[in-house]
Design a protein around this ligand. Structure first.
Ligand SMILES: [Zn+2]
Length: 127
């Protein structure tokens, strides 16, 4: 796909710099392309604002998946205390960024983030 002639895959913006998001490291430092085969099979092009939002979604999804494992009693990145705290902080940061943008994120719903933060708090209390 020709980036210069394309449009943002999320908001449809054209004539702006587009970034390809498909590879890289995830929040836990793992290679990203192995992680979300079902939802991100093909590279997509996003404008700057959407690629930022996409990164938030990526972190959110990874953190949620690890929390699911943790609460199911499986091996999880979040079983390390410092990683758990870092993830909890990141979630608050994500919530703050989403809350500060005027338009609805194309990738993440604020209530979903709030719910995950709540789950983190519940998990902390059980620990
Ligand atoms: Zn966009």
């Amino acid at each position: 796909m020709d980036a210069a002639a394309g449009s943002c895959n999320a908001c449809g913006a054209t004539g702006t710099a587009l970034m390809e998001l498909s590879l890289g490291k995830d929040f836990f430092g793992r290679a990203y392309d192995r992680l979300s085969p079902s939802s991100d099979q093909s590279p997509k092009w996003y404008c700057e604002s959407c690629s930022m939002q996409k990164n938030l979604q990526r972190d959110f999804r990874d953190i949620r998946a690890e929390l699911d494992k943790l609460t199911a009693g499986q091996a999880s990145e979040l079983s390390k205390t410092d990683t758990f705290q870092r993830a909890a902080l990141r979630l608050r940061e994500i919530a703050a960024i989403i809350g500060s943008t005027s338009s609805q994120s194309p990738f993440l719903a604020a209530p979903d983030v709030a719910q995950l933060i709540e789950r983190f708090q519940t998990t902390t209390m059980q620990a």
